[in-house]
Design a protein around this ligand. Structure first.
Ligand code: ZN
Length: 150
């Protein structure tokens, strides 16, 4: 069975909120997604790649917008994974920009996180900038969104 997930993650990969803060943010997101399934706060033992599932199309350079080869990216991921994603820094082959793998342009968006608020079958698309700002306020950190389809 296919599933859609709206995943809200902090912009800092190894950051996680206190439990009561996470619960408050989950409640707000739940109210923004009235037709959704469960909203779950997930904590991972390690920084994890929050992927968009079959929505994953390509990765490009934030410095010069060149498309990055899948082989190059996979090798970077392997090297970063060897550090348990503690070190996400890499240098892009196109323009030698030093960037975090977390800051590459993922199409659709992806992220690295140790914590996520996961909305099962949200019944809607991205949170609006105003809604995202509200969630950021509760969490106390700027957020990113990942829309996954499996
Ligand atoms: Zn570049």
């Amino acid at each position: 069975m296919s599933e859609n997930l709206l995943r809200v993650v902090p912009t800092v990969p190894d950051w996680a909120p206190d439990r009561d803060v996470a619960a408050a943010a989950a409640e707000i997101i739940s109210a923004m997604c009235p037709g959704s399934g469960a909203v779950v706060a997930c904590r991972y033992a390690e920084v994890t790649f929050i992927d968009p599932g079959v929505n994953f199309e390509a990765v490009s350079c934030p410095g010069c917008t060149a498309l990055l080869k899948a082989d190059w990216w996979r090798q970077c991921m392997d090297e970063a994974h060897a550090t348990r994603f503690a070190n996400l820094d890499t240098v892009t082959p196109c323009c030698s920009a030093t960037v975090s793998l977390n800051d590459l342009e993922y199409h659709w968006p992806a992220a690295f996180a140790q914590f996520e608020l996961r909305v099962h079958n949200p019944g809607r698309s991205w949170l609006s900038p105003a809604e995202a700002a509200q969630v950021s306020n509760v969490l106390g950190i700027t957020i990113r969104q990942v829309l996954s389809h499996y």
